[in-house]
Design a protein around this ligand. Structure first.
Ligand code: NAD
Length: 337
């Protein structure tokens, strides 16, 4: 069993822990937290060994009556791979800790690309992570775009992509984020940083992105225009996307008109936390006009990077090839509807 340590047990970390636990070839070595909050309480209830991320705060866990298994240093030493799911920028501060123990580390999309040897998407460049000590699983938006780009570029070739990313203001638990009552060009400069981030996965892709932020918490929504290099039909593109395990093409009859019904659908389907690990592409939106493909997709920001982290664990250790890993991950999680 691959022993996976998870440093940072928040929105992404707790989901990755559960996904790792579901895998036939992995176990959660433990999770590290900075303070004894509700998530620390849950980690213990879930049976995950809990480690203190900051040694000086051990007393606070003791006072809360939460048992610790040790400090993050011990967790890193006992792990075959660490998934760093700490807030943006903290991963970079943690890098020397992983280096000191010679433990390969996976970072999240909030870290800079130049922190790592490879940026990662399981569908697009799994093999690039083989043997790397520091790998970044790209952000939710970049993951969502990469899952589209890979099959489209393989099948039709891509001349250029223009995408407008209508981003949620914050996750449901981020009560301090906004906007509360506004629609923000964010960043107001064009292109946004998202296109260059996609280029960390597809270096030669011609892509321009525009960012916005709106008062919503459930998902991001992408409006995508892809100029293709060869002839395509809407039906052909739809069939292609339907054949991708991490893309869910929403059938018209389901009458899912937005993120609200989409999340309700995921909850009704029994998904943990109502998570949607797949890109949700509106079938009706898939349109081809001349060389141009248009579509809308929703990206559940808290969830789509979770299977990618699981695959990245195997990729760095060279445990399986890309297709086998994705299939194993998908089966263990129950991907697809
Ligand atoms: P979060 O704030 O929900 O969770 C981070 C956790 O790390 C918190 O529990 C925090 O207490 C803990 N932490 C802080 N400092 C720490 C330290 N020094 N050591 C150990 N733990 C520490 O954040 P998140 O949303 O899970 O984001 C984590 C990373 O994932 C970021 O890089 C973010 O950009 C990226 N990401 C987030 C989302 C999203 O929508 N939430 C999507 C994709 C990628």
């Amino acid at each position: 069993m691959i022993q996976v340590g998870i440093n940072g047990y928040g929105t992404i970390g707790k989901r990755v822990a559960d996904a790792v636990r579901a895998q036939p070839d992995m176990a959660v070595a433990g999770v590290a937290k900075t303070r004894p909050n509700f998530e620390a309480h849950r980690a213990v209830e879930e049976g995950y060994p809990l480690y203190a991320a900051i040694e000086e705060r051990i007393d606070r866990f003791d006072e809360a009556g939460i048992d610790l298994a040790g400090t993050v240093d011990e967790l890193v030493a006992d792990s075959d791979v660490v998934v760093d799911a700490t807030p943006s920028g903290v991963g970079a501060e943690n890098k020397p800790l992983y280096e000191a123990h010679d433990t390969p580390a996976l970072y999240q999309g909030g870290e800079d690309a130049d922190l790592v040897e490879a940026s990662f998407n399981a569908r697009a460049n799994y093999a690039d992570a083989a043997g790397a000590d520091h790998v970044r699983v790209v952000s939710c938006n970049t993951t969502g775009l990469s899952r589209l780009v890979a099959p489209l570029s393989e099948t039709y070739g891509i001349e250029k992509i223009r995408a407008t990313l209508v981003r949620r203001g914050g996750d449901p638990a981020q009560s301090g984020r906004g906007p509360i009552n506004d629609t923000l060009p964010d960043p107001v400069t064009i292109p946004s940083h998202h296109g260059p981030d996609v280029n960390t996965i597809f270096p030669d892709l011609d892509i321009d992105t525009l960012g916005m932020k709106v008062p919503a918490t459930l998902t991001h929504t992408h409006s995508v225009n892809v100029t293709l290099e060869s002839d395509a039909t809407a039906e052909g593109v739809r069939e292609l996307l339907e054949s991708e395990s991490r893309i869910f093409v929403l059938p018209e009859y389901m009458d899912i008109d937005g993120s609200g019904k989409l999340k309700e659908f995921a909850l009704d389907a029994g998904r943990p936390r109502g998570d949607l690990w797949e890109n949700a592409v509106w079938g009706e939106s898939i349109t081809v006009e001349g060389d141009d493909l248009y579509l809308f997709q929703a990206i559940h920001q808290e969830a789509d990077v979770v299977p990618e982290n699981v695959d990245a664990v195997r990729a760095v250790l060279g445990e399986m090839d890309a297709a086998e890993s994705r299939e194993t991950t998908d089966e263990a999680l129950g991907m697809g509807f």
